[in-house]
Design a binder for this molecule. Structure first.
Ligand code: GDP
Length: 297
């Protein structure tokens, strides 16, 4: 079992001489524990290396305040640095949806929680911001996925584009745009198809849709329990389609959410939402403080 990082560090510092400032040796010793904690939280190795190096430089020579132990001091420095790396600019939950109808493209691997997250965000916009929202599934190969969005739409009280067989994703996207304009919708979500692994054909399909509708936001949905894979997925989707924000799902699970740090550090993309369960209300705005605490265990 993972012990609390502060406790681990107190143990380490008990063996060190108490000085007025953190020496390079003190910090190095403490950061060995931090490194293990980050790796256990599934942060990718290159990100751990860079993070530890940055903290080393910041912490060395810092005066230890009387009220805290050197261990607590290092934990605070590490925590603050984590929050700094994790946080994006502005309000994570504020989507760019002025100038209606605003298209939002949802992308990600199959099983990441894309369809569920689409419905969750649509519900949030409807209930909290009073927006009129339309959702459309572009998954022409999986009728079950289209039906799933329809069922979720009924559940959350958000309209879905009627299903028409035999259309291409671009045709569906255009129909959604027309319906959104004519129906006075503020926002329309396009839930693209995904496969279990990165698939160039589907990525191209989403890129074609992007070119036609010019989405105001392209949200990548990633399973927060997949550490290194999450980073690869984010890099690939951002490279080929261009991503404006990330929704991390399954943050209700046992994982410690290291994927959040890896993705943010590698792609620079802001994390906007966190999925915390299967239910349609289980969505939170991303909170860097909370994730930092969780990563540190
Ligand atoms: P898609 O293939 O990417 O569209 O994935 P789905 O939206 O169909 O989700 C796949 C499964 O993951 C479903 O059983 C969802 O209920 C579940 N799921 C989605 N988001 C979360 C989440 O944040 N936490 C948990 N525990 N399950 C989730």
């Amino acid at each position: 079992m993972f012990e609390n990082l502060s406790e681990r560090l107190s143990g380490v510092f008990d063996r060190l001489t108490k000085q007025g400032a953190l020496s390079e040796e003190d910090v190095k010793t403490a950061l060995r524990e931090v490194r293990v904690a980050l790796l256990e939280a599934d942060v990718s190795l290159p990100v751990v290396r860079k993070f530890v190096k940055d903290v080393q430089a910041k912490a060395t020579g810092q005066a230890v305040t009387k009220s805290v132990t050197p261990g607590q001091q290092v934990v605070k420095i590490v925590h603050d640095e984590l929050v700094e790396v994790l946080k994006g600019e502005g309000d994570p939950g504020a989507l760019k949806i002025d100038n209606p109808p605003a298209p939002i493209l949802m992308v990600g691997l199959q099983g990441s929680g894309k369809t569920t997250t689409t419905a969750k965000i649509a519900k949030r916009l409807t209930e909290r911001e009073g927006k009129k929202v339309l959702m459309a599934s572009l998954d022409v190969n999986r009728p079950a996925a289209m039906e799933q969005l329809q069922i979720l739409g009924n559940q959350v009280g958000v309209d879905t584009l009627p299903i028409v067989k035999g259309e291409t994703p671009v045709q569906i996207a255009k129909r959604a745009r027309t319906q959104a304009s004519l129906g006075g919708y503020d926002v329309y979500f396009l839930d693209t198809a995904g496969r279990l692994h990165i698939d160039q054909e589907l990525i191209q399909q989403a890129a074609d849709v992007r070119d036609v509708v010019e989405p105001r936001e392209t949200l990548l949905v990633v399973d927060g329990l997949t550490g290194q894979v999450a980073v690869e997925v984010a890099e690939e989707f951002d490279d080929k389609i261009g991503v404006s924000g990330v929704a991390l799902t399954r943050m209700d699970g046992d994982g410690r959410g290291g994927a959040a740090l890896s993705m943010r550090a590698v792609t620079g993309k802001p994390i906007r939402f966190v999925g915390t369960g299967e239910k349609v209300d289980a969505l939170e705005e991303f909170d860097p403080e909370r994730i930092a605490g969780r990563i540190l265990g």
